[in-house]
Write a protein that binds this ligand. Structure first.
Ligand SMILES: *[C@@H]1O[C@H](CO)[C@@H](O)[C@H](O)[C@H]1NC(C)=O
Ligand SMILES: *[C@@H]1O[C@H](CO)[C@@H](O)[C@H](O)[C@H]1NC(C)=O
Length: 355
C-alpha cells in the first residue's frame, strides 16, 4: 500500500515536472524530474521545511492570507495533477522565491519613440500576422495572432532594461522579449505565475488595440493581498515580479485585437547558478496529495500552469473587491499600490516634480 502510494507520487511528479508550461513561449514540456519522491522528501527534511510554512516572501498579513487561502483551495482539490500543479505555482509564489520590490507591481511608461516605432510596425504587420498557435493559459474561440519583429524585440529589451533595473533596485540580465502577441475577440488569460528561472523582473508593454476594443484590464495580486485591475494605455508598462505575483486577464476581451510585448529579466550574479524551477518542489509537504475538503474557500481549478474560479463572475472571485488603476502611466515614474508614486531617476530624464 505504502509502496504503491510512493510509486504513484513518483509518477505524478515525473509526469508534471516543470509543470507543462507554455505561458510566454517558455516550453518546459521536455524536462524530466531529476529526483525520486524519496530524494525529494529527504531534501524537504534537510532544508527544514514544514507545513504550514514558517515564512512567506514577503511576510505581510495580506499576502499570507491570500496565499493561505490558495493552499486551502489546493488541498481541497481531488484531481492529483491539478493539486501538484497548484502546489508548485503557489509555493513558488509564496515561499521559494524572494521579492525585490515592496508591492510586486507598478505602472510606468516606455519611451515615446519606442512606442511610436513599434505601433507603426504593428499596423504594417497586421495584414500578414501569423497564428501564435494554442497557448494553454489563454481561453477563447480563436488563437492569438503574432507579429515577428525580432529587431524591435531586441530594441525594447535594451531600452526597457534601465527602467526595470531602477524599479527593482538590482542589475538584471535580459532573458526574453516575447511578442508581439495579438489577443483576439473573447479571449481571456487565466491567472498564473511565470517561470522562476528566467521570468523574475518583467513587464507587459501594451502597444495598441483595434479601434473597436473595449478597455481590457490586466489583473495582478500585490503583496498586501489586494487584487489590482490595471487598465493600460498604449505605451504603458505594467512592471511586475512575474514569478511571484499571480496575474492574468480573466475578463473577456471585446474587440478585434489587442497587442502586447512581454519582456523578462532575471537578477545578475548567482541567480542563474541555482535551479529555481526545482526549488519549489522540495518545499511541498509529504502529504500534498491528501484531499482536505473546505467549504469556506471558493472552488478553484488548476489548468496546467494557471488557475481560475469556475463559480465566480469572470472566473475570478477576487475581482469583486479589486482596486482599479487607470493609465496612462508616466515615463520615469512608477505608480503602485495605495496610489504610491516614486521616481525612477532615469539618466537624461528630468524629475519635474518632487515626488
Ligand atoms: C519585500 O516586500 C516587503 C513587503 O512589502 C518589503 O517590506 C520589502 O522591502 C520587500 N523587499 C525588497 C527587497 O524590496
Ligand atoms: C466579439 O464577440 C462579441 C460576443 O460574441 C460580439 O458581440 C462582438 O461583436 C465581437 N466583436 C468583434 C470586434 O468581433
Amino acid at each position: 500500500m505504502c509502496r504503491l502510494a510512493g510509486i504513484l507520487l513518483l509518477l505524478v511528479s515525473l509526469f508534471s515536472f516543470f509543470n507543462n508550461s507554455f505561458v510566454h513561449g517558455d516550453n518546459r514540456k521536455h524536462n524530466k524530474a531529476p529526483y525520486t519522491e524519496e530524494e525529494r522528501m529527504a531534501e524537504y527534511v534537510r532544508q527544514g521545511y514544514q507545513f504550514p510554512f514558517d515564512t512567506y516572501y514577503p511576510e505581510t498579513p495580506g499576502f499570507r492570507e491570500i496565499m493561505d487561502q490558495r493552499f486551502a483551495q489546493i488541498r481541497s482539490l481531488t484531481d492529483t495533477q491539478m493539486k501538484w500543479d497548484g502546489w508548485i505555482q503557489t509555493v513558488n509564489a509564496a515561499v521559494s522565491t524572494p521579492n525585490f520590490t515592496e508591492y510586486g507591481w507598478g505602472l510606468s511608461q516606455a519611451p515615446d519613440l519606442l512606442t511610436l516605432d513599434i505601433r507603426q510596425a504593428i499596423y504594417e504587420g497586421l495584414p500578414r500576422a501569423r497564428s501564435e498557435g494554442g497557448v494553454d493559459v489563454i481561453d477563447g474561440p480563436v488563437n492569438p495572432l503574432f507579429i515577428d519583429r525580432p529587431d524591435l524585440n531586441a530594441r525594447a529589451m535594451r531600452e526597457l532594461q534601465p527602467i526595470l533595473e531602477s524599479w527593482a533596485g538590482i542589475e538584471l540580465v535580459p532573458a526574453q522579449a516575447y511578442g508581439f502577441r495579438l489577443y483576439r475577440n473573447e479571449s481571456s488569460l487565466w491567472m498564473h505565475t511565470d517561470r522562476t528561472q528566467t521570468h523574475v523582473i518583467s513587464c507587459i508593454y501594451h502597444i495598441a488595440s483595434s479601434d473597436d476594443s473595449e478597455p481590457w484590464p490586466i489583473v495582478i495580486e500585490d503583496y498586501e493581498g489586494n487584487t489590482q485591475m490595471a487598465y493600460l494605455e498604449p505605451g504603458d508598462l505594467l512592471l511586475y515580479e512575474s514569478a511571484k505575483n499571480f496575474h492574468g486577464r480573466p475578463t473577456k476581451f471585446d474587440g478585434s485585437w489587442y497587442t502586447s510585448l512581454f519582456v523578462h529579466f532575471y537578477p545578475k550574479g548567482d541567480w542563474q547558478h541555482e535551479n529555481h524551477d526545482t526549488k519549489a518542489h522540495y518545499a511541498i509537504p509529504p502529504d500534498w496529495a491528501k484531499v482536505i475538503p473546505n467549504d469556506v474557500v471558493p472552488k478553484l481549478e488548476v489548468i496546467g500552469t494557471s488557475m481560475m474560479n469556475p463559480l465566480c463572475d469572470d472566473h475570478w472571485c477576487n475581482l469583486k473587491t479589486a482596486k482599479k488603476v487607470f493609465g496612462p502611466g508616466q515615463y520615469n515614474t512608477v505608480l503602485t499600490s495605495n496610489g504610491q508614486i516614486s521616481s525612477l531617476h532615469l539618466d537624461g530624464a528630468t524629475d519635474d516634480e518632487e515626488l
